[in-house]
Design a protein around this ligand. Structure first.
Ligand code: AMP
Length: 277
């Protein structure tokens, strides 16, 4: 496994990678959710590249960029075990040298949900992913359904800008109790961790109500909100039932609908979602 910290070295090694090249962008502190993406890329491509980069431009000024967990040694050991061919782990200066000032803005879909809660977030995400795509030049790129809106934004960017990269969506990997795996779960204390299972329980409730024939989004959201409200440490930031493609809020649940939420437990902000229908 080659480990590369700058673009020039990546360019030097790029011709040795047999096509097609599968690519998994990450912010590191890897868990099973990331490794499932790497395995999928490994299965589908003779070459696999993974990037580890905590992208400063997708964090708001009051967000957790400085505290974001990092453990590159452990990450590299895990990636080696998965048979990764090349790991790109640049510094912030390598990606954003002095004078950097070009940005990728995906339109309306970035103004909703996570985009509304985290202004500028998707501008940072789209810009760094576009840069990583240009550096790595993959044939296929793998993204988790865990970040459902991010997936839609990347799919739209690659289509609108004719990037010629196939974006592959991978289902969310969960802990045994249903909590979606996330690098940020490490912030949770014991009590918060216990209560955090309520996100998945609320999503499962939505699925169950839909299965029973309920189509009124407000009625479903009301029951989900009540369930989450039973956990004293949970503070709902948003909870939504939206069209899975346009991300427009739905009055009547028509499949495929994206049921999604952001819930805070103390200083930790968790997101989760389920496509219902
Ligand atoms: P991150 O390191 O949080 O930027 O995530 C890197 C990639 O892994 C993104 O495409 C995420 O959607 C994906 N990912 C993170 N957690 C999970 C999970 N629990 N299940 C599936 N994919 C995940």
């Amino acid at each position: 496994m080659k480990i590369v910290k700058n673009i020039a070295d990546f360019n030097r090694l790029r011709p040795q990678l047999t096509a097609p090249l599968g690519f998994v962008p990450t912010m590191g502190y890897l868990h099973e959710g990331h490794l499932v993406l790497v395995r999928r890329a490994r299965e589908e491509n003779p070459s696999v590249a993974v990037s580890i980069f905590v992208n400063p431009t997708q964090f708001g000024p009051k967000e957790d960029f400085a505290q974001y967990p990092r453990d590159p040694e452990r990450d590299l050991a895990l990636l080696e075990k998965e048979g990764t061919d090349i790991v790109f782990m640049p510094s912030a200066e390598e990606i954003y040298p002095p004078g950097f000032d070009s940005w990728v803005e995906v339109g309306k879909i970035t103004e909703k949900l996570e985009g509304a809660a985290r202004p500028g977030h998707f501008r940072g995400v789209a810009t760094v992913v576009a840069k990583l795509f240009n550096i790595v030049r993959p044939d296929k790129a793998y993204f988790g359904q865990k970040d459902a809106q991010q997936l839609v934004v990347i799919q739209k960017m690659t289509a609108d800008l004719d990037m010629g990269i196939e974006v592959v969506a991978v289902p969310t990997v969960r802990e045994p109790d249903g909590l979606a795996m996330s690098s940020r779960n490490t912030y949770l204390n014991t009590e918060e961790r216990k209560q955090a299972v309520v996100l998945y329980q609320a999503l499962t409730l939505a699925q169950k109500l839909y299965g029973e024939g309920e189509r009124d989004a407000k009625a479903i959201l009301k029951q989900m909100t009540a369930l989450i409200g039973q956990q004293p440490l949970a503070e709902i930031e948003y909870i939504s039932i939206a069209d899975a493609e346009t991300l427009d809020e739905l009055d009547e649940l028509k499949p495929p609908a994206l049921v999604s939420m952001a819930v805070r437990f103390g200083k930790t902000r968790l997101i989760d979602n389920l496509v219902v229908g």
